[in-house]
Design a protein around this ligand. Structure first.
Ligand code: NAD
Ligand code: IPM
Ligand code: MN
Length: 350
């Protein structure tokens, strides 16, 4: 009986996680779920955004399903000492799990081009995998400070950190179209020079069948929405990957359609890429598709149950065709959309 640790967190996190758990229970009745605290709600309850009890629960977890953390722009959480803030709890969780490769698929399913704000001919057939480095760069380097009128953060990468995430990108590309675009800012940053050199060297050493090219992050920000079909796998450092993946959400039509899997040393972490959406939290209208598709990624990558994962993804596409949620211009709310997914899972293939 695989053990799934669920961490619903803040804002719409509990709403979309409940939907994902409901779907998981349906396709995999043998799973056991253990819910724990993370983020702002964990700080309120335990004085820590990543409490020891949550950390302890990870030890024998087979996979972790996360909702979202964080408050609104005016939340008092944003004035807490940084280690006590909700986002720090999430970063500490990622570190504790050692999941350095964050896979963020961007896919437009056949017949769902109309949900994209892009012209249908641009959106049609898009299938990109953004592999975002998740444990390094400016996010984690301890050489950082805010002192009076001066502040700095440090973007530092080592060859080991670059190679392990690049390996994950090459591995994924081998099962796709065999193309990897490494994204950096090597025209300005030394850290990008190292990134580019090490990704290329690894390709030349061990992945000769992969077609690798290098592009600058500013140019990719334009091309990913104006010509998304040019990309297969994109691999990039932490901060660039964070920004590019929210931007890429424009392609399918909403952040609510962007799941992720974070893989690495131990149990995987599965979470939607969107935040706690304070503007709609508690209203029952959040799009649960990203969380439900993250549950599908949990089945595929965390438990090696691809059939069940495919079943969920097919049902989400059917439900989206029937009646999309409000972020996509439809009328479905969280509950009715989840019910439509559950119903579609019972629909025979064809
Ligand atoms: P956000 O992703 O929460 O929201 C951006 C916009 O997208 C909002 O208008 C929101 O309503 C909409 N949106 C997001 N997810 C949606 C969904 N599933 N269905 C319908 N609409 C959706 O980004 P933000 O407002 O910049 O951040 C809010 C908080 O979330 C901040 O505290 C931030 O730090 C945090 N955050 C957390 C995560 C995470 O937990 N992984 C990710 C990003 C942001
Ligand atoms: C994400 C979020 C997080 C990140 C924040 C909340 C720490 O934006 O998962 O994309 O920047 O990684
Ligand atoms: Mn983000």
């Amino acid at each position: 009986m695989p053990k799934i640790v669920t961490l619903p967190g803040d804002g719409i996190g509990p709403e979309v996680t409940a939907a994902a758990v409901e779907v998981l229970r349906e396709v995999a009745p043998d799973l056991t779920f253990e819910e724990h605290a993370i983020g702002g709600m964990a700080y309120e309850a335990h004085g820590d955004p990543f409490p020891q009890r949550t950390r302890d629960a990870l030890a024998d977890a087979d996979a972790v399903l996360l909702g979202t953390v964080g408050g609104a722009q005016n939340s008092p959480w944003n004035s807490l000492p940084r280690p006590m803030r909700p986002e720090s709890g999430l970063l500490a969780l990622r570190k504790a799990l050692g999941c350095y490769a964050n896979m963020r698929p961007v896919r437009v399913q056949p017949g769902l081009e109309h949900l994209s704000p892009l012209k249908p001919e641009l959106a049609r057939g898009v299938d990109i995998l953004i592999v975002r480095e998740l444990l390094g760069g400016v996010y984690f380097d301890q050489d950082r400070s805010l002192d009076g009128g001066t502040a700095y953060n440090t973007m530092r990468y080592t060859t080991l950190e670059v190679e392990r995430v690049a390996r994950m990108a090459f591995w994924a590309a081998e099962q796709r179209k065999g193309r990897v675009t490494s994204v950096d800012k090597a025209n300005v940053l030394e850290v990008s020079e190292l990134w580019r050199r090490d990704v290329q060297a690894l390709r030349d050493r061990s992945y000769r069948s992969i077609h690798l090219n290098h592009e600058y992050v500013d140019s990719v920000a334009m091309l990913i929405v104006s010509d998304p079909s040019r990309y297969d796998v994109i691999v990039t450092e932490n901060l660039f990957g964070d920004i590019l993946s929210d931007l890429a959400a424009v392609i399918p039509g909403s952040l609510g359609l962007m799941p992720s899997a974070s893989l690495g040393d131990g149990a995987g972490l599965f979470e939607p890429i969107h935040g706690s959406a304070p503007d709609i939290a508690g209203k029952g209208i959040a799009n649960p598709a990203a969380a439900i598709m993250s549950a599908a990624m949990l089945l595929r990558h965390g438990l090696k149950r691809s059939d069940a994962a495919n079943q969920i993804e097919r049902a989400v596409a059917l439900a989206l065709r029937e009646e999309p949620t409000r972020d996509l211009g439809g009328r479905a709310d969280t509950k009715s959309f989840t019910n439509a997914v559950l119903e579609a899972m019972g629909t025979p293939v064809g």
